[in-house]
Design a binder for this molecule. Structure first.
Ligand SMILES: Nc1ncnc2c1ncn2[C@@H]1O[C@H](COP(=O)(O)OP(=O)(O)O)[C@@H](O)[C@H]1O
Ligand SMILES: [Mg+2]
Length: 284
């Protein structure tokens, strides 16, 4: 082996150990429905303990992609490695075990309507752990308190506001202390004040639990507010991946167009220099 090749090997190894293994690695993922090729070779690392936001236009395949991350869909080709192991090589039992480490929040915060808030949040505990009633209560109430909805323990989902429902859904998704939390468009359809609250809730939860978070979004203001890392899906591939700074400075026309089109409202406030954003009209 030449010295240069040896050095490259060392460098690759050093990089892997210093930056930490990504908790999830997506490799060459392909998925078609009939003639429609939705994913055309997705490669993406999800770094441990960070918030990764996946952006892309409506119908670009964001939900299809994250359903592969939790093996709700099987790819035609490619792998999703969780701690280095391909989910699609696992036995049913191994997959069941792996899934315990994933929490998922679907777009409409699907709670069980016939169950109280308390029972909704206790549900995963009862499914997976055998806790005493006292231990269960302690854990459920702690989760509700963290998300400031403990006063609603006896209410039913239909009695809650949209924001409270999101909080209860998050309490339920985190009650088993997952390693990875996945949110599918958590702010779609919310008003601007609530969008900010849900963004804060995602960021606070990531910090408090040190949980790797994957958020699907098509809202650039939200994305820039919470992301440590952004990946853009377009025509079945990841066309750009990097920090928010990388995205703001991107010269990729697809990325620029997406930021521009989805940024006609709050994006300007999010990216404009602070002086311009805070000055009242005509102040200059
Ligand atoms: N189970 C399915 N069967 C057939 N087509 C699907 C299925 N799920 C998604 N699709 C198609 O895949 C494309 C991407 O969908 P989706 O991932 O939901 O987009 P989005 O980026 O808006 O989340 C869409 O054209 C959708 O109709
Ligand atoms: Mg979707």
């Amino acid at each position: 082996m030449t010295t240069a090749a040896a050095n490259q090997d060392d460098a690759a190894q050093a990089d892997q150990t210093t930056s930490g293994e990504p908790i999830l690695r997506v490799l060459g993922l392909h998925k078609a429905f009939g003639d429609q090729q939705v994913l055309r070779g997705i490669d993406l690392d999800i770094p441990t303990g960070q918030i990764t936001v996946i952006i892309g236009g409506s119908g670009s395949g964001k939900s299809v992609l994250i359903k592969h991350l939790v093996a709700l869909l099987r790819p035609d080709r490619g792998e999703v490695r969780f701690h280095g192991r391909n989910l699609f090589d696992m036995s049913d039992l191994e997959l069941l075990e792996a899934r315990k480490h994933f929490g998922m929040l679907f777009q409409n915060a699907a709670l069980f309507d016939s169950m109280s808030v308390y029972d909704n949040v206790a549900f995963p505990l009862r499914e997976h752990l055998k806790l005493s009633k006292a231990a269960e209560r302690e854990r459920v109430m702690a989760a509700l308190q963290e998300l400031k909805v403990d006063y609603a323990e006896l209410k039913f989902p239909s009695e809650l506001s949209g924001g409270m429902r999101k909080r209860v859904a998050l309490a339920r998704a985190t009650i088993l202390r997952p390693q990875i939390l996945i949110y599918d468009e958590p702010t779609t359809g919310l008003d601007p004040v609530m969008i900010t609250q849900v963004d804060d809730m995602i960021a606070e939860t990531q910090e408090r639990l040190q949980v790797t978070s994957v958020v699907i979004s098509h809202d650039m203001a939200s994305t820039f507010r919470i992301a440590h890392r952004i990946a853009m899906l377009h025509e079945g591939q990841i066309v750009e991946v990097g920090s928010p700074a990388v995205f703001k400075a991107s010269s990729n026309p697809v990325v620029r167009r997406f930021i521009f089109v989805s940024g006609t409202g709050p994006l300007q406030a999010a990216t404009a220099p602070p002086a311009a954003a805070t000055a009242p009209p005509g102040a200059a």
